[in-house]
Design a protein around this ligand. Structure first.
Ligand code: WTA
Length: 646
């Protein structure tokens, strides 16, 4: 097993039961729900009824392995389900979105407001020729327009592809090109730790080469001057001024594409994960309501950026489909002070907080005095997502943020799964710190060995999903074969998650980490091949190999081994130059923490780089089997010279 810091977890015996006051009021109180979930098709058929459909489906699931069509024949619209259906009753004037900017500005949009703004913007998109099926790239900061833009696309049936604002112009360009987007929606800039970052500039650079983009719509967020190209660029506030406020929601086939979201895999090119309307919406609405125990009066805060799947499923689509009040914060957790999150919880009386282990470990490092100096008594449920949470961080979160009264839902899922697949259902599932507990009702998960055979309790192996689930990815954009090979080709008949896990004697699941060449840095998926590609793109580099090493706060950090081209002289700034090159090619999230220059990389006799050994070196642990090495002196050199950090 990889990542030794997860070893010994099965010794974690502490059990936390939901507080009585919590369970007796919970949305789900009856553990029988797990039995009902065993008949997954019927179970999901039942859940399908929670949405508004323009036309009823003919079949709950059409399964033509490995292609699923959920709610086949049904017609619906995601934006209609998030907005229109809430307008007839008391929710009409309920806050749908409470926004706080980093500089302290605030905006509240009721469901009616959001409906109007979405409809108007949908009309703007239509006026620029966007039709059902056309792709739209969204490259925006965490501002209400990001939600508006996503829902406007959904309303007219144009799949959006949101690109995280931290990605570089080259990464943005790749995604624009792969999706063939017609429109890019961006902002003049975004606030981060009091500074302004220009997004528009990146869009201009990305569009320097010929692409399919016809229009760039620019939200004025910071007042930073932006180069507006005549014909191509238009200000959002000007475009929307005269736009009509009525726009019918396009009836979409359940199986139509709702969005594409790019994520890293084993090979160099990020994959465009495609999600379809019907199954995705049923999956996220159901899990959002049950996992977060949603009540009408909740103030729900998911801290994830809109550029990641968590932002899609649990900031936008799930909560709004359920008529929740969502809180959205634009900026950094330590601006202007390290208590910003807790000030927000206190100010808006947040009841549900969903964040990532890396954030929790950062707060731990800053010290408990920040949360303890604020009134956090409104909180009643906490969530964690994106990477394994270590029991120590879990306990800290439980105690210092949750005041020992809030259950923690540790939710395991992926961009590809669209919805949470493993999690406690907080009113009924006892918690174990560090475990994502058990599969959600209606989801069939197993751990198998390398032959694909289920392993007994107490053992570990590869995490697979045995039956299709509603919000599973439909395909990889433009590449059905890659979809079939990557996810369904490893073990016969089942979906392979790419993760390794164990299960204990109680049947609780413990995620170990990725089994493939994906590194999870602060909950962000980074493909080693992508970083290696960025490094060898630098003129001085001959070869590069990257591995993930354990990092106290980020979970993992990128450690790169680089060999230089013949004749290159090493100078003082070279390492920083190489790191900066990765930032330009991908974005700062992929910047290696360590780069070690070496004359050679350890290879097998057939020339394959032995990453396993490099990982041992980066982690500073005893080396595994070295017998297949072509030249043992390479590894001996590395062993003696690399000083691993923790
Ligand atoms: C990891 C994020 C342990 C896992 C929603 C998975 C987790 C990858 C957890 C997907 C968790 C996510 N415990 N590991 N609760 N949640 N992961 O696509 O390795 O950005 O395969 O989706 O994150 O990352 P992605």
């Amino acid at each position: 097993m990889k990542d030794e810091h997860r070893e010994g977890l099965l010794d974690e015996k502490r059990l936390f039961y939901p507080p009585v006051g919590f369970s007796t009021k919970a949305v789900v109180q009856d553990p029988k729900i797990y039995d009902l979930g065993k008949e997954s098709k019927e179970f999901w058929g039942e859940q399908g009824k929670r949405l508004d459909w323009f036309e009823q489906w003919d079949e709950i699931l059409e399964w033509n392995h490995p292609f699923a069509r959920w709610y086949a024949g049904g017609k619906l619209n995601a934006a209609y389900n998030c907005l229109d259906r809430h307008l007839n009753g008391a929710r009409r004037n309920k806050a749908a979105l409470i926004f706080e900017g980093e500089m302290g500005d605030r905006r509240v949009l009721t469901y009616q407001d959001l409906h109007r703004e979405v409809s108007q913007f949908a009309n703007v998109l239509k006026s620029y020729g966007v039709e059902k099926g056309d792709r739209v790239t969204i490259y925006l900061p965490m501002i209400p327009e990001a939600v508006i833009a996503m829902l406007a696309c959904a309303r007219i049936g144009a799949p959006h592809t949101v690109v995280f604002g931290g990605f570089s112009y080259e990464a943005l360009r790749d995604r624009i090109q792969d999706s063939g987007a017609k429109i890019v929606i961006t902002a003049d800039g975004s606030y981060r730790r009091g500074k302004i970052l220009s997004l528009k500039e990146n869009v201009d650079l990305a569009l320097k080469v010929k692409t399919s983009v016809e229009k760039v719509i620019v939200v004025q967020r910071t007042g930073l001057s932006a180069n507006m190209e005549k014909e191509r660029d238009v200000w959002y506030h000007e475009a929307i001024k005269e736009a009509p406020i009525v726009c019918a929601a396009e009836p979409m086939d359940s199986d139509d594409m709702l969005f594409i979201l790019y994520t890293s895999g084993t090979t160099g090119k990020p994959k465009g994960i495609v999600h379809s309307v019907g199954g995705y919406m049923v999956g996220v609405a159901t899990t959002h309501q049950w996992v977060f125990d949603l009540r009408e009066e909740d103030v729900y805060w998911c801290t994830a950026d809109i550029g990641w799947i968590t932002g899609h499923s649990y900031l936008v689509y799930g909560p709004l489909a359920n008529g929740a009040t969502i809180l959205m914060y634009e900026g950094a957790p330590d601006y202007p002070e390290k208590d910003r999150y807790w000030k927000i919880v206190e100010k808006y009386k947040v009841t549900i907080l969903y964040t990532a282990p890396t954030a929790i470990r950062t707060f731990m490092k800053w010290g408990a005095s920040y949360p303890l100096s604020r009134d956090l008594s409104s909180l009643r449920l906490l969530g964690s997502v994106g990477e394994p949470i270590n029991p120590e961080a879990w306990m800290w979160y439980y105690k210092n943020i949750g005041g020992e009264r809030c259950p923690i839902v540790d939710t395991w899922w992926q961009t590809e799964t669209g919805m949470i697949l493993m999690t406690p259902v907080p009113g009924i599932t006892p918690l174990k710190p560090g475990s994502c507990t058990v599969p959600f009702p209606g989801v069939q998960i197993e751990i198998v060995n390398h032959l694909g055979e289920p392993v007994p309790k107490g053992e570990g192996g590869y995490l697979v999903v045995r039956e299709p689930w509603p919000s599973m990815l439909k395909t990889v954009y433009g590449d059905d074969k890659r979809y079939a090979d990557t996810y369904w080709g490893q073990f016969k008949g089942v979906y392979f998650t790419g993760d390794e896990a164990k299960w204990d004697d109680d049947g609780y699941f413990w995620i170990i980490g990725r089994a493939d060449d994906v590194i999870n840095v602060s909950g962000h998926r980074i493909g080693t091949a992508e970083v290696e590609g960025a490094l060898v793109d630098h003129p001085a580099v001959a070869e590069a190999a990257c591995v993930g090493r354990t990092h106290e706060v980020k979970g993992q950090a990128v450690f790169a081994f680089v060999s230089l081209k013949e004749g290159i002289t090493i100078h003082d700034g070279l390492i920083s130059e190489l790191k900066a090159h990765v930032v330009v090619k991908i974005g700062s999230l992929a910047r290696p923490d360590d780069i070690f220059l070496t004359a050679e990389l350890p290879k097998t006799r057939s020339g394959k780089i032995m990453r396993r050994l490099l990982k041992d070196i980066a982690e500073g642990r005893t080396m595994g089997d070295t017998s297949t090495l072509a030249d043992a002196s390479v590894i001996n050199f590395l062993k003696e010279n690399v000083k691993p950090k923790k």
